[in-house]
Design a binder for this molecule. Sequence first.
Ligand code: BGC
Length: 281
Amino acid sequence: MSYVVPNEAPAPRFDRVLAGQKALVTGASKGLGQATAIGFAKAGADVLINYNGDRAGAEETKAAVEAAGQKAVIFRANVAKEDEVAGMFRVMQEEFGRLDICVPNAAHQLNAKVDEMTLAEWQGVIDVNLTGVFLCAREAVRAFKRQGIDRSVSAAMGKLIFMSSVHDVIPWEGHANYAAAKGGLMLFMKSLAQEVSHLRIRVNSVSPGAIRTPMNVEKLTSQEVYEKLLLKLIPNKRIGEPEDVAQAAVWLAADQSDYVCGTTIYVDGGMCLYPGFIGAG
Ligand code: BGC
């Protein structure tokens, strides 16, 4: 018996499980942030679209959110800057009147071997990928506490969904700053979940593997690298699509996951399953 393994994602589905909710997504001008913002809109949420550099990408996200029938507001802020993050949450309040879902997604990679890594490369990644998440999470928890629970919108006081990575558990040589930030993010997420779950603030992470985003562009344009990645590192033998991740974020934001606190959903086609052992253990 032989099997044909389809190398395609199933059609994404976003039912209106977030109707009436207001979401803030950082780094929403491209990649996972863009797909998540659009997924939220298709599920019925209005969205504040944060970007830092790519205004055109943010406009694209806005058009897609509006095409889904939802309100979109674009706000430029560097998430590593305390005053800019505070300003963004003020605009969230002014424009949307509340905050139900916050996805601190903005992240970047500055790759180098440790002995060649500059302090700026270390700090640049920690500032955005870890400190930026802290600054957004702090403002989100403050906003959730100020507004309390509105059960007509959600059973939760608020939801924080961190965009982590398989590299919160898989070491990554040449990317130690990135792996350190994501590993740190995992215990930040769990510690915060422990701190605020009694208030019905739900804090969780999505940890994507290799997804078809601009961050992975070189892996996807080189057939050789793509094949190596696909065949050796991903047991289910397809690259992830941004919508695979967006659908997990929608579920974590919806009351369907009301009893899910302080956990990480790996959306990685099995990348965390030590695929190097397949046929070699
Ligand atoms: C990185 C990608 C990488 C993936 C799996 C992600 O966190 O952003 O560049 O392909 O992990 O290694």
